[in-house]
Ligand binder design. Structure first.
Ligand code: FES
Length: 107
């Protein structure tokens, strides 16, 4: 199974094809997803430090453009399906923002 290394935290094993945001949440990682995984809020964004987060879909590309996200390493974890090992850095967390996560994204 692919392994995701979260900077400064634990490494987690993830079922291939699982949404990154759900993999992180299910392993107890403090993870925001305010819009419920619909590529609208960007609170689920992570920085991909190593590994391949896969092709970017239309919804993610449109949201990035609308929100002015230009860094190619910044990916919306609700739009990434894990295909292989990755190393990531969290950007916004529940703890750092004081925000509540939204509804659980669909599988
Ligand atoms: S963009 Fe809102 S949860 Fe991913």
């Amino acid at each position: 199974m692919p392994v995701i290394q979260v900077e400064g935290r634990q490494a987690i094993e993830v079922e291939e094809g699982k949404k990154l945001v759900l993999a992180l949440e299910d392993e107890g990682v403090d993870m925001l997803h305010r819009c419920g995984g619909n590529a609208r809020c960007t609170t689920c964004a992570v920085e991909v430090l190593a590994g391949d987060a896969g092709e970017m879909g239309e919804a993610e590309a449109a949201c990035r453009e609308k929100k002015g996200i230009e860094n190619p390493s910044t990916r919306l974890s609700c739009q990434v399906r894990v295909q292989g090992d990755m190393s990531i850095r969290l950007i916004k967390t529940i703890e750092s923002t004081g925000l509540e996560p939204g509804p659980r994204p669909q599988e």
